[in-house]
Design a protein around this ligand. Structure first.
Ligand SMILES: [Zn+2]
Length: 481
């Protein structure tokens, strides 16, 4: 693999950054960090950002008495600072109000028009302002409200520019069936193929009367439909970094599968004249979670701010608690009341306690450091483990974390069995040196495996356990809560 381009969805600025955004972004961050270790820093491009246009944002800004750009600036800044706090290592943060994006998106659509993939028509039907999306009767609840927003969609009749989806559907279907785009987890492939069986209509790429948007370059009465514009961010962000195209991994939530697995590759096929090498390789749709068994909502007051987690558990502690709850790709529940318990069990009393105990013993018991490091280097368990590789290839982040926690537990068992503190420092130095060198090499291996998830912890361990030096003080990582 010569390059790795991965993306998160761009987040709509109608909400403050919360643990849901953090979950997706952290997962992408861990994968980006893993690939940087594997293929080199400058071969990975990790993109995230904010989605800022559309009627809904204009309305929210108006309610706040702000102009929409200023409104977006404030929320985008919050996203950037939250990602800094969580130590997210994105290479670029895109905002759809950035000039290069506006120009790039206009250029893309102009090309689609030139290639004959667009046509002008009338749309008559329903539109949910909450979804920022056209909606059919079939998708509504029995009482006629949108399932997600519990509001009545508007009936609209308007002129739109449409994309000829029907022309590309058969090819997209074959591409997905043959796995040229791999949609993961596998159950999601079935879901996408189900959409083909239901049938899909051509979709709008522009709307009139939405002023907060990018004007169509050839028809100023229309602005780009927000969804189409948002999808183009993945393209405009690397427009000047062509070596990264196409995306190798696009992480999305399971609610936006249709846009990402069908509309988006279809638009790319149209732009690249049917070249299937230019469309995304893998689309991974993660699941949703509830907090304490309930859907997270402002009204219920159970929205978790990742900044609060950083305050209490530290940056790595927050990363850990967010990523270690349930397998990536499944739905799950986050038990907020168990954060302390989990943090203590896995980090403070787990990895933290192990590292502290072993380094304390080294400080007290080791006399021959040269011999100690020589033995440490000779251990064979260092380096990437086979199963870790399989796990990352399937994006099994939760299982990767579990395997490291398990490793730390095994070391605890070895320590409890060997009891290196009971040996005589002078008479039994050889045995002490061998035991502790073995444990230190396992700790260094744990540090390497956990690096994508707990980068600061890895750095601390590697700095304090430096093979050219004596270990002069015990290493503390996670204070107990
Ligand atoms: Zn809706």
């Amino acid at each position: 693999m010569s390059k790795f381009y991965l993306t998160t969805p761009i987040y709509y600025v109608n909400a403050m950054p919360h643990i849901g955004h953090a979950y997706t972004t952290l997962a992408a961050d861990a994968i980006a960090r893993y690939y940087r270790q594997k293929i080199g820093e400058d071969r990975v491009f990790f993109l995230t950002g904010t989605d800022e246009h559309g009627a809904k944002i204009a309305e929210a800004a108006e309610r706040d008495g702000k102009n929409p750009k200023l409104f977006c600036d404030e929320i985008a800044t919050l996203f950037v600072s939250t990602w800094q706090r969580l130590n997210i290592s994105h290479n670029h943060f895109i905002r759809t109000t950035d000039e290069y994006h506006e120009q790039g998106a206009a250029e893309f659509l102009r090309a689609l028009k030139v290639k004959g993939a667009l046509y002008e028509g009338d749309y008559a039907g329903l539109y949910c302002n909450g979804c920022e999306s056209f909606i059919t009767e079939k998708q509504l609840r029995e009482d006629g409200l949108c399932k997600d927003h519990l509001r009545k969609p508007e009936r609209i009749v308007e002129k739109n520019w449409f994309f000829k989806l029907d022309k590309y559907l058969p090819k997209i279907q074959t591409i997905i069936e043959q796995g040229a785009i791999s949609v993961l987890p596998e159950a999601r492939t079935e879901e996408v193929l189900g959409l083909f069986r239901q049938g899909m209509e051509n979709f709008s790429v522009s709307r009139p009367n939405v002023r907060w948007g990018i004007p169509l370059p050839w028809d100023n009465a229309q602005t780009m439909y927000v969804w189409v514009e948002a999808l183009l961010n993945y393209w405009t962000a690397v427009h000047k970094r062509q070596m990264f195209w196409p995306p190798d991994l696009q992480i999305i939530g399971k609610d936006i599968i249709k846009f990402h697995c069908i509309y988006w590759p279809a638009m790319l096929l149209a732009y690249y004249d049917g070249d299937a090498e230019k469309i995304p390789k893998t689309i991974f749709a993660h699941g949703f979670f509830t907090v304490n068994g309930q859907k997270m909502s402002k009204t219920l007051g159970n929205v978790i701010d990742p900044n609060d987690l950083c305050d209490r558990y530290g940056r790595d502690g927050a990363r850990y608690l967010i990523l270690s709850q349930f397998p990536f790709g499944s739905d799950g529940d986050i038990e907020e009341g168990k954060f302390d318990e989990k943090y203590n069990a896995d980090l403070a009393n787990g990895i933290g306690n192990l590292v502290s105990r072993v380094t304390t013993l080294c400080v007290k018991q080791i006399t021959d450091w040269q011999k100690f490091w020589k033995l440490e280097e000779e251990q064979e368990i260092k380096g990437e483990k086979q199963d870790a590789k399989e796990l990352i290839n399937n994006f099994m982040l939760y299982e990767m974390i579990q395997s490291v926690i398990q490793d730390a537990r095994l070391c605890d068992e070895i320590l409890a069995k060997e009891k290196p503190w009971q040996y005589d420092k002078q008479k039994e130095q050889e045995k002490i040196t061998a035991d502790l060198a073995y444990l230190i090499s396992r700790i260094l291996s744990i540090a390497k495996d956990i690096a994508p998830f707990l980068p600061l912890t890895t750095k601390t361990i590697q700095k304090k356990i430096d093979i050219s030096k004596k270990i002069i003080e015990p290493v503390t990582l996670f204070p107990r809560k």
